[in-house]
Design a protein around this ligand. Structure first.
Ligand code: NDP
Length: 264
């Protein structure tokens, strides 16, 4: 039996085991997907081989550590320098990033988007800035502090802190900060968010499974919006295709994976 897992700290909340196991079950594939809580990201590679895994997903805060421990990194993950999917190939650890393409798939429903404002400057913001830019959408990054903006400046993106930001018009406002994990925190001051929403065509919060304070404000402004569920599903479908070495079409994987969202 092939064994897959998700590495992270924490991982107890992750829906990935449910999603991937429902695909294995539905397609009668002899495999299982588990959770592996991991405090030290530097141990990821050793644990992967000790458990004789066939593949894995990686979540917060180990995506950069996973990137550093791969034998080979493919596709957009090379630019992002963060890996969320690992596949064993001829005894080698191959790394990919499916968050980026998963996000681009999820925002198709907004129609023609030319500019986006990304709130936050962490690992997810990195993935989205590269994906948006490659998809012909100009991203601007706004973070509460300047420490993490260096990566984006080096990539040639426009960056701002709250202090030096002068709001202008952006088609899509994307919250990638962890502010939404609390029930009363906005990612930027409320007044500033209000100004941005008046001119936007839509908004996304990458957090899934709850209406964050950010999305509550968006809802009140009557703009089209999404939480992170579609991105989660799309990155999962792409990861599953990699785990199964392209043997199944995306639609064949998506149906059971989507069904798992409705399970308790
Ligand atoms: P990081 O820890 O790398 O970055 C967090 C960012 O949020 C930083 O820029 C930080 O700012 C900012 N931030 C944190 N708290 C606040 C706050 N209270 N107010 C304003 N800014 C704040 O996290 P990731 O980028 O890895 O992940 C972010 C979120 O995205 C997570 O909740 C994760 O679950 C979700 N996610 C969802 C996915 C999906 O499939 N739907 C896929 C991947 C991630 P500073 O630099 O100042 O500290």
């Amino acid at each position: 039996m092939n064994v897959f897992t998700i590495f992270g700290d924490p991982v107890s909340h992750s829906r990935s085991p449910l999603m991937h196991n429902s695909v294995f079950k539905s397609l009668r594939i002899d495999a299982c997907y588990t959770r592996t809580p991991l405090k030290e990201g530097s141990q990821l590679r050793d644990v992967f081989f000790a458990k004789a895994l066939s593949g894995a997903n990686v979540t917060v805060p180990h995506k950069e550590a996973a990137y550093a421990q791969c034998d080979e990194v493919r596709g957009i993950a090379r630019t992002i320098q963060a890996v969320n999917t690992l596949v064993l190939e001829d005894g080698k650890l191959i790394g990919y990033n499916t968050d980026a393409d998963g996000f681009m798939h999820a925002i198709k429903s907004f129609g023609a988007i030319k500019t986006a404002l990304i709130l936050g400057a962490g690992g997810t913001a990195r993935a989205l800035s590269v994906a948006l830019s490659q998809g012909g959408i100009t991203p601007t990054i706004l973070n509460r502090s300047s420490g993490r903006l260096e990566y984006f400046k080096n990539g040639g993106f426009k960056t701002y802190c709250w202090d030096d930001f002068i709001p202008t018009e952006y088609d899509l406002i994307i919250n990638t900060t962890s502010a939404g994990l609390s029930d009363n925190e906005l990612p930027i001051p409320q007044e500033l968010l209000g100004v941005l929403l008046v001119k936007a065509k839509g908004a996304v919060d990458v957090i899934y499974g709850k209406v964050t304070p950010f999305l509550k404000e968006v809802k009140a402004s009557a703009l089209p919006y999404k939480d992170g569920s579609d991105m989660l599903l799309a990155q999962g479908v792409l990861a599953s295709r990699l785990f199964l070495h392209g043997a199944y079409e995306p639609d064949t994987i998506e149906v059971p994976m989507k069904h798992s969202f409705r399970l308790p």
